[in-house]
Design a protein around this ligand. Structure first.
Ligand code: FES
Ligand code: FES
Length: 175
């Protein structure tokens, strides 16, 4: 209400492809991407830890880049390809998921979706990161449980798994 009058907030139509599925919803222009994903797409694996760009729990891939989805408006993602934690696994566990599982990269799991998508982005842009590269990439992620050591080891293991799978694939092709 403004000055005793009800103000109608106009809606905008937003279409994006999330984990390979195209969805269209009418939302208020101020709707954040993280709320679009959780409330409109029903993908609650993307967590809201702070809403102030600090924690990284809301990280998703937007056209291949890791972004904090609480800092992006849904309308800014109109026409984009988004990958959330629900979209990481294909036929088998994603190397990052496998790495986190093997090296115990999570405890409460609250930061884990953001940590995994950050790791996935890092490995897609830098397939052989040094430990410093990994720690730098995780800089925007807050984890209150692990002390980060097991997360770093998980990303290192994920990188090994990616290499192992590529080698297996090559050997299968050679036959
Ligand atoms: S909820 Fe987005 S950075 Fe914390
Ligand atoms: S595993 Fe609990 S916040 Fe990271």
């Amino acid at each position: 209400m403004i000055g005793g009058r009800r103000v109608e907030i106009s809606q905008v139509s937003v279409t994006m492809t999330v984990n390979g599925t195209t969805i269209t919803r009418s939302v208020e222009p101020r709707t954040l991407l993280v709320h679009f994903l959780r409330d409109e797409a029903g993908l609650t694996g993307t967590h809201v830890g702070c809403d102030t760009s600090q924690c990284g729990a809301c990280t998703v891939l937007l056209n291949g880049d890791a972004v904090k989805s609480c800092t992006v408006l849904a309308v800014q993602a109109n026409g984009a390809e988004v990958v959330t934690i629900e979209g990481l696994e294909q036929e088998v566990l994603h190397p990052v998921q496998q790495g986190f599982w093997e090296k115990h990269g999570l405890q409460c799991g609250f930061c884990t979706p953001g940590a995994m998508l950050t790791a996935s982005y890092l490995l897609s842009t830098n397939p052989h990161p040094s430990e410093t590269d990994i720690r730098d990439a995780l800089d925007g992620l807050l984890c209150r449980c692990t002390g980060y050591e097991t997360i770093v080891r998980s990303v290192q293991r994920a990188q090994e798994i990616m290499d192992e799978r590529q080698t297996e694939e090559r050997e299968t092709k050679i036959g």
